[in-house]
Design a protein around this ligand. Structure first.
Ligand code: PXL
Length: 277
């Protein structure tokens, strides 16, 4: 059985980060270990007065216990990290547990719609930029790509411009950047670039003009699961775009009630079905 570890926060209410990654990667038939980086009462998008318990100090202790146990992982997937110090500790974790035959996925979770999430600073952006150079796959949205590249945010670039962004991300040291939120006419999707082979990949689905919280985490979780199962970059991209689109579609009838996340639970059966085909 394949084994992944995902390192990100638990938002106790509001579906994102670990409460999305753990069920999705597990449903894909992969043993999923977790390192919670912080416990929040809710995610930070649209809520105020949320609690935030920082667990940075626990990460090296968990890592050292796992080292004593001789544990290894086929994939290491990092998401929302709450402080520059935490980014550094996660980077150390990658140094310890990264191997020739496993791979690292960094989702540089920092913002959306052109803005950084609450509490995020330039220092965190610089830390994330360094972390990305350790990854085999980096999965920014357009906002995160703009901050990583230090260029103005552009909402939905076309495929040609998004290829330029991919090449710039590769120049920063991201081996295989995957960019989400790309438009092609009435379609919406993601593009990717393998800087070693020089090949580009893209996958699209019909555009739905609604945003739901946590869809980036859904995309990154499915993508990570797919590459952990041995799918190639193109197949992983297709599956992640398709499942994220399924989740958005399933959420539309409930859109007014569920501004805190998308109804991915309704689609997990289909995800398992896609993998059996
Ligand atoms: O979905 C990304 C995310 C993860 N974790 C926390 C967040 C967000 C986005 O707002 O606030 C705590």
């Amino acid at each position: 059985m394949k084994r992944a570890v995902t390192i990100q926060d638990i938002s106790c209410f509001g579906k994102c980060s670990l409460t999305v990654a753990l069920p999705i990667i597990s449903a894909m038939g992969i043993e999923t270990a977790v390192i919670p980086t912080a416990v929040l009462s809710t995610h930070t998008g649209g809520f105020s007065n949320y609690t935030f318990r920082d667990l940075t100090g626990d990460i090296p202790q968990i890592a050292s216990h796992w080292e004593q146990l001789g544990l290894g992982f086929d994939a290491i997937y990092t998401g929302y990290l709450g402080s520059p110090a935490q980014v550094q500790i996660v980077s150390d974790f990658i140094d310890t547990f990264g191997r020739e035959d496993n791979f690292i996925v960094v989702d540089p979770v920092m913002g959306d719609a052109g803005k950084l999430y609450a509490g995020f600073t330039d220092e965190l952006v610089s830390g994330m930029r360094r972390l990305c150079t350790k990854a085999d796959y980096v999965i920014p949205n357009m906002t995160e790509a703009a901050f990583l590249l230090d260029i103005p945010y552009e909402e939905s670039p076309d495929e040609e411009h998004s290829r330029e962004l991919l090449r710039s991300l590769a120049e920063l040291g991201c081996k295989r950047p995957v960019l989400t939120g790309v438009r092609r006419g009435y379609e919406h999707g993601a593009v990717a670039y393998d800087s070693q082979s020089g090949r580009y990949y893209s996958a699209y689905c019909p555009h739905i003009d609604r945003r739901f919280h946590g869809t980036g985490d859904i995309f990154a979780s499915v993508f990570t699961g797919a590459v952990t199962l041995g799918k190639d970059l193109g197949e992983a991209l297709e599956l992640a775009v398709r499942f994220t689109s399924d989740c958005i579609t399933a959420t539309l009838p409930h859109a007014d009630e569920v501004w805190y996340g998308s109804c991915f639970e309704l689609c997990l059966g289909d995800l398992i079905g896609y993998l059996r085909r």
